[in-house]
Ligand binder design. Structure first.
Ligand code: ADP
Ligand code: MG
Length: 317
């Protein structure tokens, strides 16, 4: 995801012809970065090329890959100072998160079907457009929809709930449907382009894990899935950092009927998702249409719970 449009492809590496490039891609080495950080042994096994050649390919990839760079502490501090907060619509939920959804971080919402994840994601798309004084970020939203659950009609209800112009609100939400996990990861690169044209201050991925979960079944595929999810989340973090945007992702819980392998309310995606998300919230239904959000494993906020409601006009306390 380089800013440089002329970024090299893996075919451009010396010793990589079309056949080897295909094998590399099939094995999950889709860009220079993936090759640059690979081990010669793994690369050689995946592509039937000798380890000596693999070493040369990796070295060339390291020279070409956009590995990022070092930034001085004052630049980092400056960026940290810009961190903003986006309201969910519920004061209790915002307080739980230390003042709302934080920019430059990933906030993960996980929970059962119907627990309110998509509702909050929709509400954020509306709220992000509001002024800072209204706890918005004065920007546009980008929505990667993997489950085909984005509903403009729902946005209209929420915009009306806040007295906002519905056409204008809809025009500031950029939605793409992701058809599989590869497509989903490619859309993040597209998102970087959209962010050059519009002030994107919120990126939603709803759901982060559904495609990965459906496509990578069986034990042998787990490492591959985790590697791709990891890269996907780091790509998201990078655009979130560059654009000072909120990243909100949704996740399901693994419902294991025999619960032998642990808690049936555990989020899927394992440690990768857990470690890359800065905030993890577990959502569940409660009595009388209320929902409960619980903050899990936050590095600098106390664990706690917040009660909120999903009404026709949107998320409230
Ligand atoms: P998920 O966690 O699976 O993404 P959703 O966020 O889609 O779940 O939540 C769906 C629930 O949101 C519905 O069961 C309903 O309770 C509530 N909901 C959806 N639309 C409305 C609406 N227009 N008015 C009130 N509640 C709604
Ligand atoms: Mg949903």
């Amino acid at each position: 995801m380089s800013e440089n449009a002329g970024e090299k492809k893996i075919e451009d590496l010396p010793g990589v012809g079309p056949a080897t490039a295909d094998k590399l891609r099939e094995a999950g080495y889709e860009d220079l970065m993936a090759i640059a950080v690979a081990s010669p042994k793994d690369l050689s096994e995946a592509t039937d090329i000798g380890e000596g050649i693999a070493i040369k390919i990796i070295q060339a990839a390291r020279r070409e890959a956009d590995v990022g760079g070092f930034e001085t502490g004052d630049v980092l501090l400056d960026r940290r100072k810009q961190i903003g907060h986006l309201t969910s619509g519920s004061k209790a939920l915002d307080e739980l998160l230390g003042g709302g959804f934080e920019t430059q971080s990933i906030t993960e919402m996980y929970g059962e079907f119907g627990s309110g994840k998509t509702q909050i994601a929709h509400q954020l798309c509306v709220n992000v457009q509001r002024a800072k004084s209204e706890n918005g970020l004065g920007g546009h939203a980008l929505y990667i929809d993997t489950e085909n659950t984005f509903r403009p009609e729902r946005i209209i209800q929420m915009a009306e709930g806040l007295g906002m112009d519905q056409t204008e609100v809809l025009s500031k939400i950029h939605v793409a449907r992701a058809y599989n996990s590869n497509h989903q990861t490619m859309l993040v690169e597209k998102a970087a382009e959209v962010a050059k044209e519009f002030p994107i201050r919120l990126i939603v991925v709803d759901s982060l894990t559904a495609h990965f979960r459906a496509e990578y079944v069986g034990r042998g595929t787990l490492a591959d899935r985790q590697q791709k999810l990891n890269k996907h989340m780091h790509d998201l973090l990078r655009i979130g950092g560059l654009n000072n945007a909120v990243i909100a992702v949704t996740n399901q819980v693994s419902v294991k009927p025999d619960a032998f392998f642990g808690d049936p309310t555990r989020p899927i995606g394992g440690h990768i998702v857990g470690h890359t998300a800065t905030f993890r919230m577990y959502l569940r239904k409660s009595k009388g249409g209320k929902r409960i959000a619980r903050l899990i494993d936050s590095p600098h906020l106390p664990e706690g719970e917040a009660v909120f409601s999903v009404l026709e006009q949107g998320i409230t306390d």
